[in-house]
Design a protein around this ligand. Structure first.
Ligand code: PMP
Length: 409
């Protein structure tokens, strides 16, 4: 006992208000990896067997020996100059002219989202957001308690121009969105870029899955379409392009970048300063060697072939076991299938719990909805598990669906 019985209890300062806006569904599925024999179809995790471990170990040994100050010391907040140059060069074309001043190296994609929120959002600011939305993005901006306008990009009624007007920024994942796996088509890409230019609203293009195409051609990045308005001039437009090496190389590198107008990169650098001071020099040097030495191009065909076969295995199992209860489209890239329940009353928050009792975990749609109201769909990941586990996971999920439906009637 550290206080006398007559001494009044001290009240500790309360936690910030935004913490009360989080949900326990997220905590539940993040803890799922610890449960033995649970088949995790919930996370957005790459297959560990595709990580180029031997190559990265060798590069790491060499870069630490050759560049001890860069790899083991503090580095510039914006990132290693050579890596910024390599990123600028990788994206530059006759139309899109980039230099080091357009590039901020980040501690993976999520830090890009976080610092963008920090520089653009006052408390209660407005985000025009592709809906449903990547949960990590909602989490990144939660402490600013933003108001969301929903961009339903595949609905005929979606009017980006009016939704962008007055918003602090717009957010989209045009290539194989998380959670739906959908590709935003060319006409809508052009409309989004036009809306950003006309309304003066920043447009955030988050592109972690751009390299994971299984049976579709790549469409131009929004930043390339934006550069078409002033071709060949140093890029100063409203698009911020966020990319990561997490899905194509390995998430443990924690390397990503933001490409944007120099004034935006300068502001983001100030925000990053108070966040982590600088991204790890070891992994920046590894990323530089991976970009320069063609490691991404070398491993990509194997990664794409593996993930395509896993997508096919998942969709075949879903067709066998879930077709009477859910509708879905086969995604042409990315990591997820988005399945919507035919019964509008099926509550996928509850299905998550029943699924875990049956030994499988999927992500319910409520966590991808800023208002938490969408309870009718699930996101299923196909990259982490081999085909036999995917099939067994779907079989368990179908058992959980039947149990839920039986309890209702
Ligand atoms: N954006 C989207 C849409 C994602 O799905 C992810 C990873 N799940 C990220 C950003 C960030 O990933 P990382 O921080 O590993 O780069």
């Amino acid at each position: 006992m550290d206080r006398a019985p007559d001494e009044p209890a001290k009240t500790r300062p309360a936690f910030a208000r935004w913490l009360g806006t989080t949900n326990d569904v997220t905590r539940t599925f993040l803890a799922a990896g610890q449960i033995p024999d649970l088949i995790n179809l919930a996370g957005g995790l790459p297959a560990p067997e595709v990580y180029p471990a031997a190559e990265i170990a060798e590069i790491a040994r060499q870069v630490i020996a050759r560049h001890p100050a860069d790899t083991l010391g503090y580095g510039p907040i914006e990132g290693l100059p050579e890596l910024r140059d390599a990123v600028a060069e990788r994206y530059s074309s006759g139309t899109l002219k980039l230099s080091r001043a357009n590039v901020l190296i980040t501690t993976s994609g999520i830090q890009g989202l976080d610092v963008i929120g920090k520089v653009l959002l006052e408390e209660g600011g407005v985000i025009a957001c592709q809906c449903p939305t990547y949960l990590g993005a909602l989490d990144s901006w939660r402490s600013r308690m933003p108001a969301y306008r929903k961009l339903r990009l595949d609905s005929n009624d979606c009017d980006p121009h009016s939704l962008f007007a007055g918003a602090q920024f717009a957010y989209t994942v045009p290539n194989f969105s998380n959670p739906t796996g959908k590709l935003v088509g060319m006409a809508m890409r052009e409309t989004l870029v036009d809306a950003a230019h006309r309304t003066g609203t920043w447009l955030l293009e988050d592109d972690p899955y751009g390299g994971l195409h299984y049976d579709s051609e790549s469409l131009p990045h929004l930043i390339e379409l934006s550069a078409l308005r002033n071709p060949g001039a140093p890029y100063g437009g409203p698009v911020l392009h966020v990319r990561t090496l997490s899905k194509e190389v390995a998430p443990g590198l924690r390397i990503g970048w933001v490409i944007a107008a120099p004034e935006m990169i300068a502001a983001l650098t100030l925000a990053k300063q108070g966040s982590d001071m600088c991204t790890s020099g070891i992994t920046q040097r590894i990323a530089l060697e991976a970009l320069k030495g063609g490691l991404i191009e070398k491993i990509q065909p194997g990664v794409v072939a593996l993930y395509r076969s896993r997508r096919d295995a998942l969709c075949a199992a879903m067709a066998e076991h879930l077709a009477s209860d859910f509708d879905w489209e086969i995604p042409s890239g990315g990591m997820f299938v988005w399945a919507t329940a035919r019964d509008s009353l099926l509550n996928t928050d509850i299905l998550l719990k029943r699924g875990m009792e049956a030994g499988v975990c999927v992500t319910p749609s409520s966590v991808f909805d800023a208002s938490g109201e969408d309870r009718r769909a699930i996101r299923i990941n196909f990259t982490l598990n081999p085909p036999d586990r995917l099939r067994e996971g779907v079989r368990r999920l179908a058992t959980a669906v039947r149990a839920l439906q039986a309890n209702k009637s």
